[in-house]
Design a protein around this ligand. Structure first.
Ligand SMILES: *[C@@H]1O[C@H](CO)[C@@H](O)[C@H](O)[C@H]1NC(C)=O
Ligand SMILES: *[C@@H]1O[C@H](CO)[C@@H](O)[C@H](O)[C@H]1NC(C)=O
Ligand SMILES: *[C@@H]1O[C@H](CO)[C@@H](O)[C@H](O)[C@H]1NC(C)=O
Length: 365
């Protein structure tokens, strides 16, 4: 962790330095005195270096998780980068078309109670352009879509009238079409989960995901995810990056970070309980140390899986009631202690224990 702790250490060292100078002067030690230090490096005194000595520290900073080792391609998939109130922040989603042909806004009509914000998209044109109008997501730095690869799309959609949506992968200017799929949404105003496979027929490293329509009307969208089908052991991590990680032969993996765990303020710190369970229902949080929203698709469970998959011991960093700017009174630390004990039960408890059963339900008995 950076910041206050390091500053404190520097200050302590400085004080120690001043103090020892004073002591040195007072006792009149002779600075030219000779000292002999004998080092016995014979094998009989050697100690074995533990094989867990070398490992890796994961840091979230600058999208090390989603956008980095975590393969999710959509940034801000739940439209809630601005939190649970509306208008929320839909950045980096933008519209395809212009203000006269499509109108979007956030409202609190999602089917997920812990992340209630959804996007309402109104197609205004009677005679829409050939490619349709709608929205697109450029991912974190453009989506790296590769020829012949399969991508899993999941999204939730609702429409009062039957309509037709086209979901496509295109180049950043929308001109090159790499894959597309058509979705008919029955007009019964109920949220439905849409799952589709998109197979790329071309490569472009700066692609985007588009959701468009040519039919006048209103649709609601929420929790739009696009994942490459081919991830490390099918657990959602980018294969290329995990293989580089494996080359380091780490014997432990520290996660989910330092500052990310601490938070600038406690209210924005990583909370493991909110990062487990079905990804669609995770509320996500604003990581105020690195100043961006994360949907917590890469959560406590996924980090434990990664540790297991690469044969590294998990080192779980938890929040002990302190952030950069605030801290809980020691008298009220009990909920934090409980939080930590429960997190250990989630990781190590039997499938019959309270939190072990939650883990088992997620697919890991
Ligand atoms: C400091 O130690 C050196 C070497 O032992 C000695 O020659 C010198 O006289 C000592 N000086 C004082 C001030 O004690
Ligand atoms: C990817 O798309 C950009 C923007 O349209 C274009 O300039 C570039 O040539 C494309 N790259 C490939 C490999 O087709
Ligand atoms: C869990 O509970 C079941 C049913 O009560 C029991 O048969 C099983 O042995 C328990 N498993 C563990 C690991 O405690």
């Amino acid at each position: 962790m950076e910041g206050p702790p390091r500053t404190l250490i520097h200050l302590l060292l400085l004080l120690l330095c001043i103090a020892s100078k004073c002591l040195g002067g007072a006792s009149g030690l002779n600075s030219t005195q000779m000292v002999t230090l004998k080092v016995d490096a014979s094998p009989k005194l050697a100690r074995k270096i533990p094989d867990t000595f070398l490992g890796v520290f994961f840091e979230e900073m600058g999208h090390g998780g989603a956008g980095g080792i975590w393969a999710e391609l959509v940034s801000n998939r739940g439209f809630e980068a601005g939190g649970p109130n509306t208008p929320s922040n839909i950045d980096p989603w933008l519209i395809v078309g212009d203000d006269s042909s499509v109108y979007v806004e956030t409202d609190r009509s999602s089917c997920f109670s812990r992340n209630i914000v959804a996007l309402r998209m109104e197609v205004l044109c009677n005679d829409c352009p050939a490619g349709g109008v709608g929205i697109y997501n450029p991912g974190f730095w453009g989506m790296n879509i590769e020829d012949g690869k399969t991508y899993h799309l999941v999204m939730y959609v609702k429409s009062p009238k039957t309509t037709c949506l086209t979901v496509s992968l295109t180049s950043s200017d929308g001109l090159q079409n790499l894959a597309s799929v058509t979705i008919i949404v029955a007009g019964d105003s109920k949220w439905i989960k849409v799952e589709k496979k998109l197979v790329a027929k071309g490569t472009n490293r700066t692609s985007r995901l588009q959701i468009t329509s040519k039919k006048k009307g209103t649709v609601w969208l929420d929790q739009v995810s696009l994942m490459p089908a081919d991830t490390y052991k099918g657990h959602g991590f980018r294969k290329g990056l995990v293989s580089m990680l494996m080359d380091l032969k780490p014997r432990f993996l520290r996660f989910p970070g330092g500052c990310f765990v601490e938070g600038g303020w406690l209210r924005n710190a990583f909370r493991w309980r909110q990062s487990i369970g079905p990804w669609e229902e995770r509320p996500g949080h604003f990581g105020d140390c690195w100043q961006y929203w994360t949907d917590d698709g890469l959560g406590y469970y996924e980090f434990l899986l990664l540790s297991e998959d690469i044969g590294a011991a998990p080192i779980w960093v938890f929040n002990n009631g302190i952030s950069y700017n605030d801290e809980v009174n020691t008298a009220t630390i009990a909920p934090f202690v409980k939080d930590i004990l429960d997190s250990l039960e989630f990781a190590r408890g039997s499938a019959n224990s309270t939190w072990g059963s939650v883990r088992a339900k997620m697919g890991h008995p």
